[in-house]
Design a protein around this ligand. Sequence first.
Ligand code: DHB
Length: 395
Amino acid sequence: MQRRQALHALFGSAIIAAASIGHVYAADAQPFKIGFILPMTGQSASTGKQIEAAIKLYMAQNGSAVAGRKIELTIKDDGGVADTTRRIAQEMVVNDKIDVLAGFGLTPLAFATAPIATQSKTPMVVTAAATSAITEQSPYIVRTSFTLPQVTVPIADWAAKNGIKKVVTFVADYGPGLDAEKFFKSQFTLDGGQVVGEIRTPLKSPDFAPFLQKLADLKPDAVFVFLPSGQGAAFMKQFGERGLDKSGIRLIATGDVTDDDQLNDMGDVALGVVNSHHYSAAHPSAMNKKFVAAFEAANKFRPNFMAVAGYDGMHLIYNALAATKGKGGGDALLAAMKGQVFESPRGQILIDAQTRDIVQDVYIRKVERVPAMGNQLFNVEFDVQKAVKDPAKVK
Ligand code: DHB
């Protein structure tokens, strides 16, 4: 009897101990919350659609738990309006106790959120916006997209080496456009070329007609264009309608204009456009082929550079959480994000530990109809500048 009571006491307390371990474990294993703020409606809705599809694909492929922590993903629509982004970020941080903020489809949206990341010590992973100065707005910002100076300098070099002497720049009139304008001019001038006109178009619902007329009057050898994702098709259409594609003015651009999200619908006017960017859906690596096939199977549309930055943003966050053995914490996560190197569908990428900005290869591509890929239009890579650091941050 005594012995049985002793056993009972032993097992009883063992059960209590097990239960309390279980309890402690459960309390420890709060879900890890990732809050994406994206433009799912409005002029930049394609950016939200692409990034949402990519992060869902990433989770389908890699599971929804890291180091024992369940990943809880929230996606909220800011409509591309900075005040809304800021309000959502505030709610996510204060009410939802989010662990990581991510997304930011346009530069002003990232700028509006930066102070919240700083005050709350929350890592803020920028997976879209591309003005160089964004990463300087908060020590908690890390970027997986790109910067305009990074993708602009290579096309300026290419133009100068390929007989283009006089260029008009044609950019959207806000952060990334002004970066593109400035860095094209400085590099092209250094390379011996001349910028003979600078045209800026409004960010909101632009009608390109009057600006294209001005361009036609200036008669440069080439026009260098940057417009944000979503505007390329309208630009190409008007460029073609005015016969500018047959006017002898060569069109060169950043890959934002020959965006994979719209490229295949642009038609022949886009053929032969030489442009520079960090991602093409036709990038011929094994990893990219698998990524594109899985993405298209899940979504019925082609991934673009926004999708890839979202996919890599998730990988960066998963890696950082794993490095903290599931503990998380703003400063620990941030430290674990700095210096990460991994293979992306675009090629190898590095998060520079000093600047928290991305270092990546930038490709020179030409728009071609590719018989081996369903006769569709693609940006076909033919040259590369390796491991390009944001030129605005190279001292
Ligand atoms: C930005 C937005 C884009 O759609 C793009 O292609 C490049 C830059 C931006 O607002 O930073």
